[in-house]
Write a protein that binds this ligand. Structure first.
Ligand SMILES: C[S@@+](CC[C@H](N)C(=O)[O-])C[C@H]1O[C@@H](n2cnc3c(N)ncnc32)[C@H](O)[C@@H]1O
Length: 184
């Protein structure tokens, strides 16, 4: 109800053009359906008036959201967590989510290399071996997370996706299994 009132009030108007951006079309039309078809449980980090409908792409228990800001909960899924993503495993045990989408959060609250490092350490703890991490970020807002070494412990799934006339890119990563136990 609160969401409907906010939408009727026009809070989404400044973001209406987002729908037509090639990077958003890729997220909604390719990446999220790809995750839905492969992963039982997906966590989408960071909610906004232009992300609430992503839940409709998933089965009822297949999608959850998380945002640090209380006020962002109105745009969250039925399963929504109010917390910093750096504390994800306080709320759900490691391996609970098969995939995490971290889109537009680096550079929008998680800004310094140290904050980013804590975030990726927590995501490595939270994801199961072969868990999927989608990182959507803007090349003009901060250093390349890969160059900062934040992708250590993950393997790339495919090449980085770029979009003409946009700074937004996607990296799809797969969490590496732990090193095998070696006999003495
Ligand atoms: C640009 S907005 C929305 C991003 C959205 N995921 C998207 O696809 O565009 C960034 C959001 O990230 C949230 N955020 C910032 N730092 C966070 C953190 N440490 N943990 C969880 N959410 C965070 C903010 O509250 C904000 O709602």
């Amino acid at each position: 109800m609160q969401r409907l009132l906010l939408l009727a009030y026009g809070v989404n108007r400044p973001y209406e053009h987002f729908r037509d951006l090639a990077s958003r079309l890729c997220l909604e039309g390719e990446i999220l359906p790809w995750l839905r078809d492969r992963c039982g449980s997906v966590l989408f980090v960071g909610t906004a008036s232009y992300t609430w409908h992503y839940e409709t792409l998933f089965a009822a228990d297949g999608y959850a959201t998380l945002d640090i800001a209380d006020g962002a909960a109105v745009w969250g899924a039925r399963r929504h967590i109010v917390a910093p993503v750096q504390e994800l495993t306080r709320h759900h045990p490691a391996g609970f989510f098969d995939a995490v989408v971290l889109n537009g959060v680096l550079g929008f609250g998680i800004d310094t290399p140290q904050q980013m490092r804590c975030t990726f350490e927590e995501l490595r703890r939270a994801l199961p071996p072969q868990g999927v991490l989608v990182v959507g970020w803007n090349t003009d807002r901060h250093e390349d997370p890969e160059a900062l070494g934040l992708y250590d412990g993950f393997e790339r799934s495919g090449e980085r996706r770029f979009f003409a006339d946009e700074t937004h890119v996607y990296d799809v990563l797969v969490s590496s299994p732990p090193a095998p136990l070696t006999g003495r």
